[in-house]
Design a protein around this ligand. Structure first.
Ligand code: URP
Ligand code: ZN
Ligand code: ZN
Length: 485
């Protein structure tokens, strides 16, 4: 076979194995793997001597060009987000389509698809955020979007503009079970945060660091317990988003031990930042505000244990597009604004893989195969993209990152290549860096220069897959979800 491209001399890393091999690409897909020096002719060849060759990253939780209820849009558009992704070795994303309360899902889904078609340079799918599960949304909109291959819903148990109550959450779980979709959940107790925030403001505690005080661990643990318990009642598989501490992971581990189909992720911010970062001088702490809050150094270490154990099995970025300055930025209400008026979230598309590799592999906490599992293979599996994404095997998309495991790099805003005006990781030194990214067999990043074309990313329709099937264990054997009440 005449190959389009051969990658030779590297060490291939998958979720299962690490071995020296050459890799051949044809028509955008991996065509064959062979012992070093044994591949036939190729139109072009790339020397990967000294490099790890890994599947491109799959970022299964990132907010891109998200429309907001006030009519605004996240400033991180599909084009800038894709540039940041490719710079950091990520080739596929699952971002969000947002439903506004009082509106149908179909009102905004088409708009998201059009925006992605125009700008995306990575392959993409959506989680549908459900904020208002009316009868029409449950009976018509959710089945329709599942039919289009959008097989994950997202619910928030907090935030004024998006939280759902238990009755609404149960109905979303039931609709997902009927249609065949995963439900992802932001777990924090809405009323508890409101109550504590009001008390903090009444006491004059308004600085960014009080964001953490408004939502201590128990607020996240309670919501996680409830999210799992109700999912167990419906027998609907769920994923818990952005776990910040082991106290929460314990709830998940207990449910997993009972056989509940619950998965969970964490993010680089919970492995590298702490609540003390929100106490930096002036208003700088706002740059580190996200929900749940980063915790203490001991929590970071404990999370690595949860990742090693498998309680947590994905690391996503939860990239959330708020600059520091500007109309929609963290300082938009002034540099003395109360923490309740500061937009949540931190940017992290480009540095997800480098931070996890450096803190995980270079620091000796995990091996390269576990790294591939956490940032690529597991998100691809959980969200129905595997084995097209997340592995190196004949037939898989030729989405690859060539990784220099010993290169030391100081992280800077310029290297992040996003539209946000800062990075919370400025000045941090990492060991291990992506030197080349390929998407569909094309070189789209080389030495930090991204060359992909806007609009070249493809929509990834997701077919039914085993992980979203119910476990079949229902209290009394009665499937209440069969009755759309
Ligand atoms: O603070 C965060 N995490 N912002 C992004 C939105 C979300 O909650 O996932
Ligand atoms: Zn969230
Ligand atoms: Zn998020």
């Amino acid at each position: 076979m005449q190959l389009d491209l051969a990658i030779t001399g590297g060490t291939l890393v998958t979720a299962a194995d690490m071995f020296a091999a050459d890799l051949g690409i044809k028509d955008g897909r991996i065509a064959l793997l062979g012992a070093p020096g044994t591949l036939g002719g190729a139109a072009r060849s790339i020397d990967a001597q000294g490099m790890l060759v890994m599947p491109g990253g799959v970022d299964s939780h990132c907010h891109i060009e998200q429309l907001e209820p006030d009519g605004g849009v996240n400033e991180e558009g599909f084009e800038s987000a894709s540039r940041a992704c490719l710079a950091g070795g990520t080739t596929s994303v699952i971002t969000f389509s947002n439903q506004f309360k009082g509106h149908r899902i179909r009102d905004t889904l088409e708009e998201y698809k059009a925006r992605a078609r125009r700008g995306a340079m990575v392959d993409y799918s959506f989680h549908q955020i459900v904020t208002d599960p009316t009868e029409a949304v449950l009976a018509e909109d959710i089945p329709a979007l599942i039919g289009e291959g959008i097989r994950s819903l997202k619910v928030f148990l907090t935030y004024d503009t998006s939280h759902v109550d238990d009755a609404q959450y149960l109905r979303v779980l039931a609709a997902a079970r009927r249609g065949g979709a995963l439900v992802t959940v932001h777990c924090e107790n809405y009323e508890a945060i409101r109550w504590r925030s009001a008390a903090l403001l009444a006491d004059g505690r308004t600085a960014p660091k009080y964001h953490a005080w408004s939502r201590p661990r128990v607020v996240e643990r309670e919501a996680t317990h409830r999210a799992i318990a109700l999912a167990e009642l419906v027998d609907q598989p769920i994923q818990i988003f952005h776990v910040s501490c082991s106290e929460v992971a314990e709830e998940i581990a207990r449910a997993q031990a009972r056989g509940v189909k619950v998965w969970a992720e964490t993010c680089p911010q919970y492995l590298t930042l702490t609540a003390a970062d929100m106490d930096r001088p002036g208003f700088e702490g706002a740059k580190f505000m996200c929900s749940p809050s980063p915790r203490d150094p001991a929590d970071r270490d404990a999370l690595w244990q949860d990742l090693r154990r498998g309680t947590l099995d994905i690391i996503s970025s939860d990239h959330a597009g708020s600059s520091y300055d500007g109309d929609r930025g963290k300082a938009a209400h002034g540099r003395d604004a109360p923490f309740t008026q500061v937009p949540n979230g931190v940017p992290g598309l480009a540095f997800r893989l480098p931070l996890v590799f450096s803190e995980g592999v270079s620091s000796g906490r995990i091996d390269p195969c576990r790294f591939v599992q956490l940032v690529s293979a597991n998100p691809a599996k959980l969200f129905g993209l595997y084995p097209r994404k997340g592995t190196i095997a004949p037939g898989a998309d030729a989405d690859l990152v060539l990784w220099d495991p010993s290169r030391r790099v100081t992280l800077t805003q310029a290297l992040a290549q996003h539209a946000i005006d800062y990075t919370p990781y400025e000045g941090r030194v990492v060991t291990g860096w992506p030197v080349m990214t390929l998407r569909a067999g094309q070189v789209v990043m080389e030495r930090d220069v991204v060359t992909a074309e806007p609009g070249s990313g493809r929509f990834l329709a997701r077919a039914p897959y085993p992980m979203i099937a119910p476990s079949g264990r229902l209290a009394d054997g009665f499937d209440a979800s069969a009755f759309p009440v």
